[in-house]
Design a protein around this ligand. Structure first.
Ligand code: AOS
Ligand code: ZN
Ligand code: ZN
Ligand code: ZN
Length: 401
């Protein structure tokens, strides 16, 4: 049933030259993966506050991820972290996920929690440690095969704290060798997503510090290697949407780790601090999708893995995850409301103010009635946060965990 708010919204968009038909279909196709590690107690290097009811096992993490999908309709897959989600039988894990209505998404190796990794994993000066790290990468390729997952997401804590601590170029070579070995072990349908981060936990240099390094490495490895952009991993003021546009044009944008931050890699709720940045990221992706002159760029834009990478330490984890994916959906919905004809005309005229206004005007729309209608058509409650709190799930967890 279309309510008045929706009809008014539709009319307002028609007046702006926007038809909602295709837009609804695109909203129904949006998928955002949630991280298994976001459902358990683990957090900062300061205190990790224990939350009553938080998931304690991979089974419970799958249940919570399935609940988030149930109320949002947006999260049909969950990323896993090995060894945190290690099990004896991965096909059983994947069947269990299926019985909960979700699938296992990206497999994330862990190359930072063993004592062996104090001076690095794949870039460690000790060849024994490097071999151990490579063996773990290959183990994760096997896990991906067993859970039928396409993506293996790589993030390395490797780096140094002091000038002179290690030979930077030698470490670069170690990284290249390790990833080449992993690359050779992948099946043709698999993708290696390479994440970068400019600092932390290492504070002098990080072996994969920025998108350019990740991109060049991906290029050397081959077409199954792509870059993963974690929105929190840039210096203040970095134009992240420009990086997105550049990688799309090079057809190497593999995925995102969404989160927000005020200062450094805070892993806060995406869209809470800088919603315009998130919107502008989607603006670039949708621009690439429209680029009919470059079908491979369009293809890249349609195959991006959208993932949340957050760990909620002071806020209740499941509602925080729900809010995060709803924030992504909200900004994506607005990015779909750009009048591209007006934008292109303004750009061609060199009309700076008009072009900026077209982009900002869509950002200033409130797509809530549209999202309500889309959820209704998908059989989802119009307000997923409310549906979750009324479902009694949180109370049930307090009893049972
Ligand atoms: C670390 O800063 C990265 O964002 C990783 O992607 C991720 O948080 C980690 O692999 C989860 O433990
Ligand atoms: Zn990340
Ligand atoms: Zn991070
Ligand atoms: Zn982060």
């Amino acid at each position: 049933m279309l309510d008045r708010a929706y009809r008014e919204f539709e009319k307002r968009q028609q007046d702006r030259g926007i038809s909602l038909k295709g837009i609804k279909e695109k909203l129904k196709m949006l998928k955002i993966e949630t991280p298994s590690w976001g459902y358990s107690d683990q957090g900062t290097r300061f205190r990790t506050f224990k939350q009553p009811g938080a998931a304690r096992s991979v089974e419970e993490r799958l249940q919570d991820a399935a609940k988030v999908h149930e109320v949002t309709g947006l999260c049909p897959s969950v990323a896993i972290h090995i060894p945190w989600d290690k099990v004896d039988d991965y096909s059983q894990l994947s069947n269990r996920a299926a019985s909960l209505g979700i699938t296992i998404g990206a497999v994330n190796p862990n190359l930072f929690q063993d004592d062996d990794y104090m001076l690095g994993s794949v870039c460690n000066p000790d060849s024994r440690v490097r071999s151990k790290a490579v063996a773990h990468l290959i183990e994760c390729v096997d896990v991906a095969r067993a859970v039928k997952s396409r993506d293996i997401s790589l993030w390395f804590a490797d780096g140094t704290n002091y000038p002179g601590q290690a030979d930077l170029r030698r470490r670069k070579g170690y990284m290249e060798e390790a990833l080449a070995e992993m690359y050779r072990s992948m099946d043709p349908n698999m993708r290696m997503l390479i994440e970068y981060k400019f600092f932390e936990p290492a504070f002098y240099h990080t072996d994969l510090a920025d998108w350019g390094m990740a991109y060049q490495l991906a290029q050397k490895l081959g077409p199954q290697a792509e870059v993963l952009v974690d929105t929190g991993h840039h210096a203040q003021g970095t134009n992240v949407e420009h990086i997105v546009a550049y990688l799309l044009d090079e057809r190497r944008l593999g995925g995102f780790h969404f989160n927000a931050r005020k200062y450094a890699d805070d892993d806060l709720i995406v869209g809470s601090v800088n919603p315009y940045e998130l919107y502008l990221i989607f603006h670039q992706i949708l621009s690439a999708e429209r680029d009919q002159a470059h079908p491979l760029v369009q293809d890249n834009a349609r195959n991006i893995a959208y993932m949340i990478d957050q760990s909620h330490n002071i806020e209740p984890k499941i509602p925080a995850m729900i809010r995060s994916v709803l924030n992504v959906q909200y900004q994506y919905a607005k990015a779909l409301l750009v009048n591209w004809n007006l934008l292109e005309e303004a750009q061609e005229r060199g009309d700076v103010l008009a072009a900026e206004a077209v982009v900002r005007e869509a950002f200033e729309q409130d797509p809530t009635p549209l999202l309500h209608a889309v959820r209704e058509e998908m059989g989802i409650a119009p307000n997923p946060m409310k549906a979750y709190s009324e479902s009694g799930y949180a109370e049930k967890l307090l009893q049972s965990r």
